[in-house]
Design a protein around this ligand. Structure first.
Ligand SMILES: *[C@@H]1O[C@H](CO)[C@@H](O)[C@H](O)[C@H]1NC(C)=O
Ligand SMILES: *[C@@H]1O[C@H](CO)[C@@H](O)[C@H](O)[C@H]1NC(C)=O
Ligand SMILES: *[C@@H]1O[C@H](CO)[C@@H](O)[C@H](O)[C@H]1NC(C)=O
Ligand SMILES: *[C@@H]1O[C@H](CO)[C@@H](O)[C@H](O)[C@H]1NC(C)=O
Ligand SMILES: *[C@@H]1O[C@H](CO)[C@@H](O)[C@H](O)[C@H]1NC(C)=O
Ligand SMILES: *[C@@H]1O[C@H](CO)[C@@H](O)[C@H](O)[C@H]1NC(C)=O
Ligand SMILES: *[C@@H]1O[C@H](CO)[C@@H](O)[C@H](O)[C@H]1NC(C)=O
Ligand SMILES: *[C@@H]1O[C@H](CO)[C@@H](O)[C@H](O)[C@H]1NC(C)=O
Ligand SMILES: *[C@@H]1O[C@H](CO)[C@@H](O)[C@H](O)[C@H]1NC(C)=O
Length: 430
């Protein structure tokens, strides 16, 4: 009896292992008439199986009261490599003093940098910013639980680092002295830049295997700002002081040598209309946004699209290498920007190959009105046979030029305006 209980305990501990990392982001939701601040926290939780659950905890004094929505699965790899689910919670805090959330426990998936226990920290700061006159929000990013690269190929993983307050976002590896990870051994095969690019260079096949990446992403104001708390106390942050801090933790698998690193053979290659990495897309509340993704491989079989983003994304496949993601933001996401990252996976003889990583930012608001406004100044010399007024030029000549542009297929929403006229004295030989 005791033995079986012990076994059961051991089993459930084993079951709780196989952590694949986490990402946490937050947005302030509103400041009440009674000055209560709400913050919506979105944690991406990565495990081997969707049934492996854990919770972020708050150890500060002013964590307020938490409303936790049911977990929803974002995506899972079809052969159960991993599952990513989203844990959305709302905290109603009595005042907007910064607070700290922590995740700790269990065991990471087996890895070459010898990390066993997981730990992650989020610093939530929703104080009013003097530059935007609004509550602060965290950098926005997401990541897949597992990214693959063959050991003989070069690859840059350009992580999405967006901040809706307009801050500079910087990345660094976690620091054990700040409790940002429990064992913070960095993956020796990966270089991380402050601008959040993780670079892998071809390495010996003896380095193949999984590596745990434990990063911290922070937002730095572009100039000095003042943060104001509900009770009136203020703090100045310079462009060297981070406001928030979020964890970005995942696994990079360095896989066996591929016969060719050229995209489109074994490693899937993205084709149009797949959005570019870093593209900004726009949609509105209750309005579906469709993202079409197309990829090909000659020497491997396209198997699936893997993605991370809001859990309300729907994905369909419309043929090999053709995928469609649909997202309809709800009222709660109004005005916010949400990241979506994806790779496509192909297989050959049971070996899995990933495309490059691409990420886009979806803003739930109207797009800027003149996104591609181009101003062209034209200087035209007109030699009329009879005297003309400025009015004649405005109506007659401008209209002729417009008509000519239209007939040559130049976009019909081009507007023409007469800036100024100069009457030149006709030269003697005219
Ligand atoms: C503030 O308002 C919110 C929502 O109206 C309410 O739930 C909360 O209890 C109020 N807090 C205080 C301290 O009155
Ligand atoms: C990381 O960068 C350093 C300096 O630029 C370089 O010497 C090293 O080879 C790089 N390591 C990897 C794994 O790319
Ligand atoms: C920014 O704030 C720091 C103190 O946090 C101060 O030393 C510095 O002079 C300020 N810079 C400007 C441009 O105001
Ligand atoms: C934050 O700024 C908004 C807009 O100026 C204001 O309504 C609100 O009271 C401020 N909140 C705090 C805590 O200062
Ligand atoms: C505001 O609250 C913070 C704690 O959250 C405290 O340290 C500070 O002294 C308070 N300031 C005022 C002006 O009451
Ligand atoms: C979005 O749809 C919900 C549910 O149908 C509705 O309550 C809400 O008013 C709609 N919001 C907008 C901005 O259309
Ligand atoms: C890929 O497949 C083509 C035939 O479809 C073959 O000719 C080529 O050698 C293969 N390339 C590699 C690198 O295996
Ligand atoms: C997503 O799929 C669910 C379940 O299949 C469906 O109820 C929902 O309407 C779909 N949403 C969109 C935007 O297609
Ligand atoms: C102008 O027209 C082109 C093509 O019809 C369209 O793509 C673009 O969005 C339009 N621009 C504006 C500012 O309406």
């Amino acid at each position: 009896m005791v033995l079986s209980l012990l076994l059961l305990l051991l089993l459930s501990v084993c079951n709780a292992s196989h952590f694949f990392g986490t990402v946490m982001t937050y947005y302030p939701s509103y400041t009440d008439i009674n000055q209560t601040v709400q913050v919506v926290l979105r944690a991406k939780m990565n495990f081997h199986l969707c049934s492996q659950l854990t919770r972020w905890s708050c150890s500060s004094l002013n964590c307020g009261t938490e409303i936790l929505l049911p977990n929803t699965v974002i995506d899972r790899e079809s052969s159960d490599d991993w599952c990513q689910y989203e844990e959305i919670s709302t905290r109603q805090v009595p005042n907007n003093a910064p607070f700290l959330l922590m995740l700790s426990g269990g065991s990471w998936v087996g890895n070459n940098n010898g990390i066993t226990n997981w730990r992650a920290i989020t610093v939530v700061d929703v104080r009013n910013r003097s530059d935007t006159n609004k509550a602060n929000s965290s950098p926005q990013t997401t990541i897949l639980p597992l990214l693959r690269v063959p050991s003989n190929c070069q690859r840059d993983f350009n992580l999405l680092a967006f901040d809706s307050d307009g801050d500079n976002v910087r990345c660094r590896y976690g620091d054990a002295s700040l409790s940002e990870c429990y064992t913070c051994t960095q993956p020796p095969v990966l270089n991380l830049s402050a601008s959040c690019t993780l670079s892998f260079s071809p390495t010996s096949s003896s380095n193949e295997g999984a590596y745990v990446v434990q990063m911290v992403m922070e937002d730095f104001p572009k100039q000095n700002i003042t943060l104001t708390q509900t009770n009136g106390s203020q703090e100045v942050k310079s462009n060297n002081d981070a406001v928030s801090k979020i964890p970005v933790q995942f696994v990079v698998s360095v896989d066996p040598v591929v016969p060719s690193c050229t995209e489109g053979l074994y490693l899937p290659k993205f084709l149009p209309p797949t959005p570019d990495n870093g593209a900004h897309l726009y949609t509105l509340v209750n309005q579906s946004l469709t993202i079409a993704i197309k990829a090909e491989t000659l020497n491997a079989t396209m198997s699936e699209l893997l993605y991370s983003g809001p859990s309300s994304i729907n994905q369909t496949t419309s043929g090999p290498g053709h995928y469609i993601m649909t997202w309809t933001p709800s009222q709660r996401e109004d005005g916010e920007s949400h990241p979506i990252c994806f790779v496509v996976q192909a297989t050959y003889n049971g070996v899995k190959y990933h495309s490059e990583l691409r990420c886009v930012v979806v803003a739930v608001k109207a797009p800027p009105l003149f996104r591609h406004k181009v101003v062209v100044a034209l200087k035209i010399k007109v030699s009329p046979s009879s005297p003309v007024s400025e009015e004649d030029i405005r109506i007659g000549i401008i209209q002729k030029v417009k008509h000519e542009l239209d007939s040559r297929g130049i976009a019909s929403n081009v507007t023409l305006r007469l800036v100024k006229t100069d009457t030149a004295t006709p030269s003697p030989d005219c």
